[in-house]
Write a protein that binds this ligand. Structure first.
Ligand code: ZN
Length: 319
């Protein structure tokens, strides 16, 4: 497919002040909130809009630290291109096909990925949408994404350094929103889902994958400090992983698992009328399981039994 040339696409009208949701005006490289009582200013870093609040809540703060460290170029790490190829081979088609079951991409589609990292998915979707928007709280990840998109001659993107709990996006802007294992890292998940609902257009969809609370999350997921979002289990897991183990195993930061019925209810409360929850089919490696035969057994269980499904997808349609 040919590369869409959208240079000159003005993205300022869809942005707002993340704090007061007021309009922004541009002055040089600076964005200024027009609300009299707010007047906050936001700077650009290259092509990245910096809307990150000075203070980040402890749950997201823990995750941010881990991810910034993860994305800093390190010797011996695979290059962006190599990682992008792996993503294309192993994940892209699967994610793309599952999203399209709920809403088709088209020339006018505004796509938003929350927790976009270095924009692997958005890059792969850039020729299928009008605009790909990525929001992440890791500047290192966004810088990588920006460099690669520019190198590829892709310009129909908008990169936001910010907090998904307070997005600098006006309401009714987004057609398709995707979060691959993101909202479970925010302690106040219900408020986050409300924020996702806010930015969607009528008819827009929010597609998120989250860890499933089941036998799997109570056993193998404990290896990396998962917190079951269920009374008592939550308090026990928080005590063990945060207080006792000092987050040592929480390689992805704060991470919840959810019952399908619970995450569905959170979406309904946020305003979504139609909500679908199902297994999220994904390529399973289970590298942390020590023996090959045992690994095969776990993969079999995870693929076939809801008791062991690692991830569920939750799709909300805004009416
Ligand atoms: Zn403001």
């Amino acid at each position: 497919m040919e590369q869409r040339n959208t240079e000159g696409l003005n993205t300022l009208p869809m942005l707002c002040c993340p704090e007061c949701k007021g309009d922004l005006i541009q002055s040089g490289e600076e964005l200024i909130c027009t609300t009299e009582s707010c007047k906050k200013t936001y700077q650009k870093i290259g092509n990245i809009y910096n809307f990150l609040p000075e203070k980040i809540e402890k749950d997201a703060g823990l995750s941010k630290e881990k991810w910034d460290e993860f994305y800093i170029d390190k010797e011996g790490r695979l290059s962006y291109e190599e990682q992008y190829r792996i993503y294309l081979n192993d994940n892209f088609q699967n994610v793309f096909d599952q999203i399209r079951k709920y809403k088709e991409f088209g020339n006018e589609t505004i796509f938003l990925e929350i927790g976009c990292g270095p924009m692997y998915l958005a890059r792969a979707l850039s020729d299928k949408c009008k605009l790909v928007v990525g929001i992440d709280f890791s500047l290192e990840a966004l810088k990588l994404g920006e460099r690669m998109l520019e190198d590829m001659g892709i310009h129909n993107y908008l990169l936001i350094l910010g907090d998904i709990q307070k997005m600098p996006i006006k309401e009714n802007q987004i057609d398709i929103l995707y979060g691959g294992g993101v909202i479970e890292h925010i302690e106040n998940t219900p408020a986050t889902i409300k924020e996702l609902y806010r930015v969607l257009k009528s008819g827009g969809i929010s597609f998120n994958t989250v860890p499933s609370l089941n036998i799997g999350s109570l056993t193998y997921r404990q290896v990396w400090g998962n917190i079951p979002n269920f009374p008592v289990l939550k308090q026990i897991a928080e005590f063990v992983h945060i207080k006792l183990l000092k987050s040592k195993h929480m390689i992805f930061g704060y991470e919840f698992s959810f019952l399908g019925s619970h995450i569905k209810r959170m979406h309904k409360t946020a305003g979504f009328k139609e909500v679908y929850v199902d297994q999220f089919a994904t390529k399973l490696l289970f590298e942390f399981v020590p023996f090959a035969l045992l690994r095969k057994f776990f993969i079999y269980l995870a693929e076939t039994s809801p008791l062991f499904w690692p991830m569920i997808k939750v799709v909300g349609v805004k009416s």
